[in-house]
Design a protein around this ligand. Structure first.
Ligand code: FAD
Length: 417
C-alpha cells in the first residue's frame, strides 16, 4: 500500500464514511482508516435506524445543513439502488408552549417545510398508537423519515471504494503532526502516512491522540436505548407504514424519541430518552448492562404514552453520545494543525446531518468553499469562555430540556486492505 495521499480520513463512523464518500469524488489518492471493524458497535454510528426531520425544534441554524443532507440521502439511496429511507413521517408532541412543539412550528414556518399542527384528538385519530394527554399538540412533518443507519454507512464506504478510495480497518492513528505543507500520521501498527490534508472524524476519541485542542469541549456520555414489542394483536399500529418517527416532550422536560422497526432483525419499536439517563463515560468504555432504575423509568413513560406496547422493554443497550457544551456540533479546521479538518461532538443528533457535514469537510480538505456555511458550528464559540456541560451526576435523571437560541463492498467481510 502507498503511504502518500491527497486526503486521509481518520475514523469511519457516519461522519468519516460520508467525508470519504464525498472526498473520493474530488481527488484521486484517498485513504480512510478506522481503529475498529467495518460494523463495530463502539462509538455512536451503529444500529439499524436513525431519525431524519427538518422541522428542527433546536433552531433554524440547522436548516441549510438539513436541506443539503436531505438531497444527499436521496442521492445515496438512488446510487445504492436499495431502500435506505423509510418515509414514515414524523410527529413532535408536547404541550403547546413546549420547546418541541413551539420550536418545530417556528422552524417549519421559517423553512417553508410542509407540516400540520394537530390537537390531541386529531393526533389520536391519525396515529391511534399514541395516547397523548389532554391539552397536548402535535406537529406532523410528512417529509420526515427513518434512515437505515448501518446500510447507509456501508453504502457511503462502498461508494468511496468504487471511486478509488482505499480503506484500512483495525488500525488506529496514534499520532498526527504537520509535515512540510501537509500532515504526517503514525498508526498503532507502526506505519506512517503523509497527506496534503486530513479529516478527523474520530467521535469521542478525537481529543485523545489526535486534536487535544478539542478535548475540553467534548464530554462523552453513556445513554441507554430500549426496544418495545407491541401487545398481541396490535402489531399493525406500530408497523413502519402506520407509525411515524416521533419526539415527545413530557411536562417535566424529559424528551423521548422513537423509531418504528424498519428492518426485520429489530425486535420492536426503538425508544429512548434524549436528555435523561446520561452518565459521563470514558471513550474506551465497554458495554455494560442498563441499570434497572432506567428500565423502570422508561417503562412508566412508555406505558402511559403507548398502552398497546408491552410495558417492559424486550431489549436494552447502552450507547454513546459525544456532547459539546451547547449540545450543538464542532466542525472546522484545527487551530493547532493546519490542513486538519474535523467534525465531532454531534451531541446525540448528528447522524441525519452526516451527508452535508461530510461534503463540507471534503470541500475544505481540497481547498474548496463548502456548499453550506459552517460558521455556527465553529469551536471558536467556546474559545474565550470556560465550557460548562449540562449537569449530569452519575445516575442523575433530572436534566431538563434546553433549547438553543439564535448540522468492491464493505459489509464486514470484504474491503480493500
Ligand atoms: C442511541 C443513539 C440514537 C441516536 N439517534 C439519532 C437519530 O435518530 N438521528 C440523528 O441524527 N442522530 C442520532 N444519534 C447521533 C448520531 O448517531 C451521532 O451523532 C453520530 O453517529 C456520530 O458519528 P461520528 O462519526 O461522529 O462518531 P462515531 O460513530 O463515534 O465514529 C468514530 C469512529 O472513529 C474511529 N476512531 C476513533 N479513534 C480512532 C483513531 N485514533 N484512529 C482511527 N479510527 C478511530 C472509531 O472506531 C469510530 O468508528 C444517535 C446516537 C445514539 C447513540
Amino acid at each position: 500500500m502507498r503511504n502518500t495521499y491527497d486526503v486521509i480520513v481518520i475514523g469511519l463512523g457516519i461522519m468519516g464514511a460520508s467525508a470519504l464518500w464525498r472526498v473520493a469524488s474530488k481527488c484521486t489518492r484517498v485513504l480512510g482508516i478506522d481503529a475498529s471493524s467495518p460494523t463495530h458497535s463502539y462509538g455512536s454510528s451503529h444500529g439499524n435506524s436513525r431519525i431524519f426531520r427538518r422541522a428542527y425544534w433546536e433552531g433554524e441554524k440547522y436548516l441549510p445543513l438539513l436541506n443539503q443532507s436531505d438531497l444527499l440521502w436521496k442521492e445515496l439511496e438512488e446510487l445504492m439502488q436499495q431502500k435506505l429511507l423509510f418515509r414514515t413521517g414524523g410527529i413532535f408532541v408536547g404541550h403547546q408552549s413546549s420547546h418541541v412543539v413551539a420550536g418545530s412550528i417556528e422552524t417549519a414556518r421559517k423553512g417553508g417545510i410542509e407540516h400540520a399542527v394537530w390537537s390531541e384528538s386529531e393526533t389520536r385519530s391519525h396515529f391511534p398508537a399514541f395516547n397523548v394527554s389532554d391539552g397536548s399538540q402535535a406537529v406532523f412533518e410528512p417529509g420526515a423519515y427513518a434512515i437505515s443507519a448501518c446500510e447507509a454507512r456501508l453504502g457511503m464506504l462502498n461508494e468511496a471504494v468504487h471511486q478509488g478510495a482505499i480503506i484500512e480497518f483495525g488500525n488506529s492513528v496514534t499520532g498526527l503532526q504537520t509535515s512540510g505543507l501537509g500532515m504526517r500520521l503514525s498508526t498503532r501498527s507502526g506505519q506512517t502516512y503523509s497527506a496534503k490534508a486530513v479529516i478527523v472524524t474520530a467521535g469521542p476519541w478525537i481529543g485523545t491522540h489526535l486534536l487535544p485542542e478539542l478535548e475540553r469541549y467534548i464530554e462523552p456520555r453513556q445513554i441507554p436505548v430500549f426496544w418495545f414489542k407491541p401487545k398481541t394483536g396490535f402489531g399493525n399500529l406500530f408497523s413502519s407504514d402506520q407509525f411515524p418517527i416521533f419526539l415527545y416532550e413530557h411536562q417535566d422536560g424529559a424528551l423521548l424519541y422513537g423509531v418504528p422497526s424498519i428492518l426485520s432483525n429489530e425486535p420492536g419499536v426503538k425508544i429512548g430518552f434524549h436528555n435523561r439517563q446520561q452518565t459521563p463515560a470514558a471513550p474506551n468504555w465497554k458495554n455494560i448492562p442498563v441499570h434497572k432504575r432506567y428500565l423502570d423509568e422508561i417503562s412508566q413513560v412508555v406505558g402511559d404514552l403507548f398502552p398497546k406496547l408491552q410495558r417492559s422493554p424486550i431489549q436494552a443497550k447502552n450507547c454513546f453520545y459525544t456532547l459539546s457544551p451547547d449540545e450543538s456540533f464542532l466542525i472546522g479546521e484545527s487551530q493547532a494543525l493546519k490542513s486538519s479538518f474535523f467534525a465531532s461532538a454531534c451531541s446525540g443528533h448528528g447522524f441525519k446531518f452526516a451527508p452535508a457535514i461530510g461534503d463540507a469537510l471534503a470541500c475544505m480538505a481540497v481547498g474548496l468553499k463548502p456548499y453550506v456555511s459552517l460558521a455556527a458550528f465553529s469551536a471558536d464559540r467556546f474559545y474565550n469562555v470556560s465550557p460548562e456541560f449540562r449537569e449530569c451526576p452519575p445516575g442523575s435523571t433530572t436534566q431538563s430540556l434546553r433549547r438553543e437560541k439564535p448540522q468492491s463492498r464493505v459489509d464486514g467481510a470484504h474491503h480493500k486492505e
